[in-house]
Design a protein around this ligand. Structure first.
Ligand SMILES: [Zn+2]
Ligand SMILES: [Zn+2]
Ligand SMILES: [Zn+2]
Ligand SMILES: [Zn+2]
Length: 791
């Protein structure tokens, strides 16, 4: 979803094709980017603006009381079915649209929060409901809920205060029927009993303090690179560019970089685009906006909606305020346009807003002056690199000082600042002219819109078609960031537990939460076989060593194409296309030098249906065992594979729909089919085993579940290695199954293995690691007699 919507992309392509060849030529060679930008400004015509406006109108980001009503009713339906999480999200959607029933929406959400056990958040929503004018006749109901929350939180005095308020309200209210009065009074006396019990056995204070202590991991900061540990150093040479190197022997699991994003934008998830019909329809799909804070990406409970739009939701009032001050006041009216232009445009805009105009214009000015110097020097016949060195010398540094590495500040420090972001490579000359045109046109569209909303504020100023000087500077900077994002955007991901029926064993998937810029992490070069693992917590990234890294070795991470996922040819093609370099990592060199083809490397191996030996060949495959003469066309096998994948997907749907019996039945059939033509190590076979384990776990058949999961682990291990994060996730599932099945000693053993592996990749604070530790503690506390009985 980083890309703009298709129609806009196609429109820009057509526009490019219709340009005068002379102008095309000019745009293709225009350097610096400022020239490209200025050439494009007059090309953005009212007709283009009109087209974009129509497209953007299909993203509904405004507030609509009818939507509030719709979501409230949908929420009520879920609430009645006891689906409290779903109800919570729908009530949050309801409060993001203003309506006269806001107070009821908040009150209903407080009920959902209460059932989910989030008492603090429940109290907040009760306050919000009351602040929005919750009807007087319903007050006793909501106050009873408040009392229960306070009691459960051990806030007895406040609870007593609320009880007396309710009592006086009941006494005053003449409209109450006698039955209602009776019910309320009975409820109050029950609560009083509860309060009394609490008083005699006070709840212990939660161990919040010791927890924060635990969060402080050992941290020895690097003197030269902020957010990096002292075990790495920043190097620069012409072939590797800027890169990080180990300054000592590093152990697996050691932290290397811990960095807060300079800027991040929540991914819109599934497209919000409505159908092209006059009829407005609301749907109940859950997207990233419903689950995560628009600013800090924290998971949302009682979300606080933006006052101006229906799509920005925040975890707290504080986050809403900070976002508004730093960028959202400008972005809010542009919401629909930004969704149309894609996340990269949005990140580019937010980058300049976060940096602030003063910072942006000072770096732009500096950049243009340096560039002039370079042109003069080139005219004198010096090369660019020499000039860079000599300008560094001219800036008053001592003569033997090493030249500054680009992005470092004058003191030689590399900070995760705007200066570092500004100096990320744009590869401006390597993007296709069409792509550059699309980016530029999108940025011009944003600038025009900004100009329009600025002049709306000052009504007396006549709207001019010429962009203001300020917007010209911001526009060029945004274009720069947009091109940088192509190679430097980092997807912020999270493991989301997918809700599949009542399964105790979680099925989880990796989801893209946001697109961000991390200037320090961006210093890492790519390898198809990396020596690091990257994890995220909110908008912060942590890079850890995933294997021993000897002193002097380069620290690398994988930009996406990993050797376990695709063959060298495909990886190199993708890297060249997106990142403009030819991968020469060890994995690529090894693979290209050997006979192993890319397909075999990714495990797409077919086997003979009669003797199970592997099949070999290109278009027609032949059984490799001499005794057998079977011949099969590759197309036929690929079709079979396709059909099998469809079946597996259907089974997964059944699991999600809480029909484990049917799912297991179908998966067992898939397994037989797979054995007929796929090698036993094929990833699809592993997936089938994994899903079978999940199905059996849902049915409470722990032994069967464990048996299938062990097979899945074997396949994952063979492909990714025994200490890979992928194996770690599978071991975690096995630990859950064994734990639930009371297979104590094997569970303890698996917990240990899973913990070791996951700790290296995800650190000790990781949710799964913590859960493993809880499982262990729980098993060790079991009485001895029970241990013997169940085993
Ligand atoms: Zn937040
Ligand atoms: Zn807003
Ligand atoms: Zn490679
Ligand atoms: Zn055979």
């Amino acid at each position: 979803m980083e890309r703009p919507v298709e129609q806009w992309e196609a429109y820009a392509r057509r526009k490019w094709a219709s340009l005068d060849p002379c102008l095309q030529q000019k745009l293709s060679v225009a350097v610096p980017l400022g020239d490209t930008f200025l050439l494009c400004v007059p090309l953005f015509q009212p007709a283009d603006e009109e087209f974009l406006h129509r497209l953007a109108a299909r993203n509904w980001v405004g507030k609509d009381p009818r939507a509030a009503l719709f979501y409230k009713e949908e929420g009520n339906k879920r609430f009645q079915n006891k689906e409290y999480t779903a109800a919570l999200i729908l009530y949050s959607k309801a409060v993001s649209h203003n309506s006269p029933e806001m107070s009821l929406c908040y009150a209903n959400r407080s009920a959902a929060l209460f059932h989910l056990g989030h008492f603090e958040d429940c109290l907040e929503d009760i306050d919000r409901a009351q602040a929005q004018g919750y009807p007087n006749r319903l007050q006793p109901k909501i106050l009873l809920r408040k009392t229960e929350c306070l009691l459960l939180l051990g806030r007895l005095q406040e609870a007593a205060g609320v009880i007396s308020t309710i009592e006086s309200k009941i006494a005053m209210d003449q409209s109450l029927t006698s039955t209602t009065r009776q019910i309320l009074l009975r409820k109050i006396s029950q609560l009083k009993v509860k309060a009394h019990e609490k008083e005699s056995s006070p709840v212990s204070v939660p161990e919040a303090l010791s927890k924060t202590q635990k969060d402080l991991e050992f941290w020895e900061e690097n003197g030269k690179i902020s957010s990096a540990f002292s075990s790495v150093s920043l190097n620069f040479n012409s072939c590797r560019g800027r890169h990080l190197v180990a300054t000592k022997d590093i152990l697996p699991g050691e932290n290397l970089v811990k960095e807060e994003a300079f800027v991040s934008v929540l991914s819109p998830g599934k497209s919000l685009l409505l159908q092209d019909s006059a009829e407005t329809t609301w749907d109940t799909r859950v997207t990233n906006e419903d689950l995560h804070c628009h600013r800090c990406l924290k998971q949302l409970l009682a979300s606080v909606p933006c006052g101006g739009c229906s799509y920005a939701k925040y975890c707290s009032k504080k986050c809403a305020q900070l976002a508004w001050e730093h960028y959202h006041c400008t972005e809010c009216p542009l919401g629909a346009l930004l969704l149309t232009l894609g996340v990269f445009s949005h990140v580019a805009l937010r980058t300049v807003l976060v940096a602030g105009f003063a910072e942006v214009s000072s770096l732009m000015k500096q950049f243009h002056e340096d560039d002039k110097e370079l042109h003069k020097a080139e005219a004198r016949g010096e090369s660019r690199d020499e000039t860079r060195d000599s300008t560094a010398g001219m800036e008053g540094l001592s003569e033997k000082a090493e030249p500054l590495i680009p992005g470092c500040e004058d003191d030689g420090q590399y900070r995760g600042s705007y200066q570092a972001v500004f100096n990320l490579l744009t590869h401006a000359e390597k993007h296709s002219p069409e792509h550059k045109f699309l980016c530029t046109l999108s940025i011009v569209a944003i600038c025009k819109k900004l100009q329009e909303s600025q002049s709306k504020l000052k009504a007396h100023v006549k709207m001019s078609t010429e962009l203001s000087l300020e917007l010209k500077i911001l526009g060029e900077a945004m274009l720069r960031h947009m091109l940088q994002l192509h190679c430097n955007a980092q997807a912020v991901t999270a493991i989301r537990e997918s809700e599949s029926g009542d399964s105790i064993v979680a099925d989880s998937e990796q989801v893209r939460l946001a697109t961000a810029l991390f200037p320090v992490t961006s210093l890492l070069n790519h390898s198809c076989d990396p020596n690091t693992s990257v994890t995220f917590s909110g908008t912060a990234v942590t890079v850890r060593a995933s294997q021993p890294i000897p002193r002097g070795q380069e620290i690398v991470h994988c930009y996406g194409p990993h050797r376990c996922r695709m063959g060298a040819a495909e990886r190199r093609q993708r890297l060249l296309c997106q990142y403009f370099f030819e991968c020469r990592c060890q994995a690529c060199l090894d693979e290209l030098g050997s006979d192993v083809t890319g397909i075999a490397a990714t495990g797409d191996i077919f086997c003979c249906s009669s003797c199970h030996a592997s099949m070999q060949g290109e278009d027609v495959l032949r059984c490799s065992s001499g005794a057998c003469t079977l011949l099969v066309g590759r197309d036929y096998l690929l079709r079979q594979l396709w059909d099998l994948r469809l079946q597996v997907r259907t089974a997964l749907g059944l699991l999600k729909d809480n029909q484990p019996n049917q799912a297991v039945e179908l998966l067992m059939r898939c397994r037989v089919d797979a054995e007929n033509f796929l090698s036993a190590e094929h990833m699809l076979v592993g997936e089938i085993e994994d899903h079978l384990a999940q199905g059996y776990a849902t049915l409470g058949k722990w032994q069967e579940a464990a048996r299938h999961l062990r097979r899945s682990i074997q396949i994952v291990e063979a492909r990714h290695g025994p200490s890979s994060v992928e194996t770690g996730h599978e071991l975690f599932k096995l630990a859950q199954i064994l734990f639930n099945g009371f297979a104590v000693s094997e569970a303890l053993c698996t917990i240990q293995r899973a913990e070791t592996v996951l700790c290296v990749h995800c650190g000790p604070q990781n949710a799964q690691v913590q859960e493993l530790q809880e499982m262990r503690a729980c098993l060790l506390e079991l009485p001895r007699s029970l241990l013997h009985r169940v085993e």
